[in-house]
Design a protein around this ligand. Structure first.
Ligand code: AMP
Ligand code: MG
Length: 402
């Protein structure tokens, strides 16, 4: 087992050996936010027919030669075609069809004149403008052609992609990258279910399970199960043994430090799990541990709620990216300027919570890893390098967006 490693190495180790879980089919209605696993070809031309982009008259360009306001050309209006209808009869020389936006170009016509360039009279309309073939026509297949690449595999399905698929009549299921089923286990004899009232002496409510399952849901995972376990190694080993059969990833909190009740040091040998690393050079959450049991990754985070949240972002997200094959799960880095000084020196690398807006970061009061209230409203973590002096207002910093 490696120990006391750099964050970057830890992130590489969790990702290495975690392969994309493959492809699953989901209904289009459930595909928002998912990542397309295969190319989708357009099943038809869009638009499916030549159509009018305006309200006016469909006619033959040859009939409009030399038409002008002073020398209008007169055409007989033989039909009216609205969006959704089809003209009844082909149009002949000397004739025109009244046409509305979105309607199919009648057979025999090759151009469309806007109604403002006519006198809008029936049954004979005077036209004031000469046109060329195709003028004002929206051509069939102008948006995309049947058989062309509509969406490449790897596309994140946002609202525009969902709209594009609907325009092509793709309505059933889509192949998307499968996302991991996650088991979250919070451990500690002191942590109790938030519904337990009154709170027994010496106990605290379990914040981590709620925080991590909510965060996973926020990131778009849907198959998430939470369990709570005490500090009994055999019982915890049993929960993990059962969990690894169904879940693709197990996340745990608590019990990874150096105390007598830091039971994971017993649990993994008991299970015969491969212990990949323990301890990462960062604060908070340095006792983070990573193991593999069977083929399943287990990421074990410190029990302090902010430490668990921070190391989930730093190590859990690369793991989700590796398991899903979806790079957007990776932490997003930015550069920013500190708007609030940070008065402590940082002998080791440190991540602190902050609020990022328009290139600037403000810091809350209260950075202890057991403090959760100051995390409220934060949307980033500032990455303070090892060996930093206190940071002044105006310092340039690297941040990770949450
Ligand atoms: P541990 O990592 O087990 O040593 O726990 C570190 C600190 O975090 C201790 O003060 C624990 O009581 C606290 N803690 C552990 N698990 C949780 C939890 N699920 N929710 C809130 N606090 C926790
Ligand atoms: Mg504990």
């Amino acid at each position: 087992m490696m120990t006391n490693i750099e964050l970057e190495q830890a992130a590489e180790l969790v990702a290495a050996g975690s392969h994309p879980l493959g492809v699953e089919s989901v209904p289009v209605s459930a595909a928002l936010g998912r990542t397309l696993a295969q190319d989708i070809a357009a099943p038809l031309d869009q638009p499916p027919f030549d159509r009018s982009p305006l309200d006016g008259y469909a006619l033959r360009a040859a009939d409009s030669t030399d038409a002008s306001p002073n020398y209008p050309v007169q055409l007989t209006v033989v039909d009216t075609v609205y969006a959704g209808n089809v003209a009844a009869i082909p149009v002949k020389a000397g004739q025109a069809v009244r046409i509305m936006t979105g309607a199919m170009l009648p057979q025999g016509c090759d151009c469309i004149l806007r109604q403002e360039d006519t006198d809008q009279q029936t049954p004979v309309v005077s036209i004031f403008k000469s046109l060329k073939p195709h003028d004002n026509c929206v051509n069939r297949g102008e948006d995309y052609r049947k058989g062309s690449l509509l969406l490449p595999g790897g596309t994140r399905l946002d609202a525009s992609a969902i709209g594009l698929l609907a325009s092509a009549g793709v309505s059933e299921t889509l192949p998307v990258r499968r996302r991991p089923r996650v088991l979250v286990i919070s451990t500690g004899d002191e942590v109790v279910e938030p519904s337990m009232h009154p709170l027994p002496p010496g106990k605290i409510y379990d914040a981590n399970l709620a925080l991590l399952t909510a965060r996973l849901a926020e990131l778009g995972l849907t198959e998430i199960t939470g369990r709570r376990a005490g500090d009994d190694p055999a019982a915890l080993a049993q929960i993990i043994r059962q969990g690894q059969e169904h879940y693709d990833l197990i996340l745990t909190t608590g019990g990874v430090s150096v105390g007598e009740k830091d039971i994971f040091h017993q649990v993994f040998p008991m299970l015969g799990a491969e212990q990949v690393f323990w301890r990462v050079k960062l604060k908070p959450g340095s006792p983070a541990m990573f193991s593999r049991y069977g083929s399943k990754p287990i990421l074990s985070l410190s029990g302090n709620p902010f430490a668990a949240a921070a190391t989930f972002e730093l190590l859990g997200r690369p793991l989700l990216a590796a398991l899903s094959g979806e790079p957007h799960f990776l932490p997003q880095e930015r550069q920013a300027v500190l708007d609030t000084p940070f008065p402590k020196a940082s002998p080791g690398r440190r991540f602190i919570r902050g609020r990022y807006e328009c290139g600037r970061v403000t810091l809350p009061k209260g950075h202890a890893s057991g403090v959760l209230s100051s995390f409220l409203g934060c949307n980033c973590m500032v990455d303070i390098p090892a060996g930093s002096e206190p940071l002044e207002r105006g310092s340039r910093v690297n941040i990770i967006l949450l």
